[in-house]
Design a protein around this ligand. Structure first.
Ligand code: MTE
Ligand code: MO
Length: 410
């Protein structure tokens, strides 16, 4: 296996040198000759360059170069339920993200309200008990480009999501080694990207102690059997299965057990959305509370055809896609040709784990020639279904409504 997880070593130091050079050669004009993609945003602002210039990444749609906002073309989600590492989207808040990492020197601190503060090396971690599980990492702002009216924030199309087989040490194991003291309240996580300015808060998120000790939250060094790409948090990241990627701290080097609530900006103020049904409000609406985004919601997409495609009439059209349940598995995926009045079940593919993507497929008979709107809906194993009504909030967070594509049969 290329780049085996055990093989995190000096080889990476060599790669590090090349990685360091990459951001420096990425001014806008580099993209002049590169392909452009139209993301069909309802509010304009649809054209993006595609670049293969980023380290360990294939062709990526570039929303911002520094710090990076990169996503793959949506077609790649048709190839299988595991997103290739070189097509895994990239998002960083701050320019201070690491462009070079020496895994021999990298350490993870476990400190604060513990019996025994620890400084753990990658070698130590690689010798600890490990688990693997499939889970979707999705940015809270995935699909923000399709909010109508448009909103501020990273203008993601539908590709700031990825499913991977993650390998790492259960966080519980490391917390038990350090020994959480009685009176501890929350556990806070931070990475190697320091605060970029004195008045700018370091990027940090926290989890309750029970959640952190659930045996699934992990310190991951492996992704689909390889080491983490630098831009995805090499050499170590937090994986919080079923929760939004905001919590999945990259280049994780600091775990702090607090004996009081976490009052840092990113925990208290950042990443909140309206505390109303489906987290959906009308533009201009006021008088609601905000609540922190935590778990993922069910979503589903058609991947083998796209909006506007032409299909042959007179025979069923083969449709295929992916779905995920959020913080539990996919119970069913259904299709509708009448705007959600009636639904027919699609066939589900192999279950690779409840937090991952699940493939679905269907042979759908279109009633006659002309335009047809095809809607797809996922219901998760807790019975939560994607809403028909389009989700909207001023922050552009957590779109999860039923998606619809138009096909023309001729
Ligand atoms: N250290 C660190 N971790 C971070 C972030 C960050 O800015 N710094 N961004 C978070 C957010 S909002 C997202 S969407 C994911 C993106 O992970 P990826 O780049 O591996 O896709 O990382 C999360 N972890
Ligand atoms: Mo994000």
């Amino acid at each position: 296996m290329r780049d085996s997880i055990e093989g995190i070593s000096r080889r990476r130091l060599m790669a590090g040198a090349a990685i360091l050079a990459a951001p420096a050669i990425l001014p806008r004009r580099v993209f002049a000759d590169e392909p452009v993609v139209d993301l069909h945003s309802p509010s304009g602002n649809s054209l993006r360059h595609i670049s293969s210039a980023f380290p360990e990444k294939g062709p990526m749609i570039v929303h911002r170069t520094r710090p990076n906002w990169l996503e793959p073309r949506f077609e790649i989600f048709d190839k299988g339920v595991f997103t290739p590492n070189n097509q895994h989207y990239v998002s960083w808040h701050y320019q201070t993200f690491p462009t070079e990492v020496d895994p021999d020197k990298f350490t993870l601190a476990v400190r604060g309200h513990v019996e025994k503060p620890l400084t753990i090396s990658m070698k130590d971690l690689l010798a600890m008990p490990r688990i693997s599980l499939a889970a979707v990492s999705q940015c809270a702002g995935n699909s923000r480009l399709y909010f109508e009216p448009g909103v501020a924030g990273a203008p993601w199309a539908n590709g700031s999501m990825a499913n991977a087989l993650w390998t790492g040490v259960p966080l519980r194991h490391v917390l038990d080694l350090a020994g959480i003291k009685p009176g501890a309240q929350v556990i806070r996580f931070a990475g190697a990207d320091e605060s970029p300015a004195e008045d700018t808060p370091r990027f940090m998120k926290s989890l309750s102690i029970d959640h952190a000790r659930d045996g699934e939250v992990m310190l991951a060094f492996g992704i689909n059997g390889e080491q983490l790409p630098l831009l995805n948090g090499f050499p170590l990241r937090l994986v919080v299965p079923g929760w939004v990627a905001t919590y999945w701290i990259k280049a994780l080097n600091d775990i702090e057990v607090l004996d009081q609530p976490d009052t840092n900006y990113w925990t208290v103020k950042g990443y909140r959305f309206p505390d109303v049904p489906d987290h959906t409000v009308a533009p201009g609406q006021t008088g609601y509370n905000l609540v922190s985004i935590t778990k993922l919601f069910p979503r589903s997409f058609v991947t083998n055809l796209k909006d506007g495609d032409k299909v042959a009439s007179g025979k069923p059209v083969y449709l295929r896609g992916i779905a995920f349940g959020g913080d539990c598995g996919v119970a069913k995926v259904e299709l509708s040709l009448d705007g959600g009045q009636s639904w027919q079940a699609a066939k589900l593919g192999k279950d690779e784990g409840k937090y991952g993507f699940r493939r679905w497929e269907s042979n759908l008979a279109l009633p006659g020639t002309g335009a047809h709107a095809v809607s797809v809906r996922c219901t998760n194993s807790k019975g939560e279904a994607q809403p028909l009504k389009t989700t909207w909030n001023p922050q552009g967070y957590m779109r999860f409504n039923v998606e619809t594509i138009k096909l023309t049969a001729a």
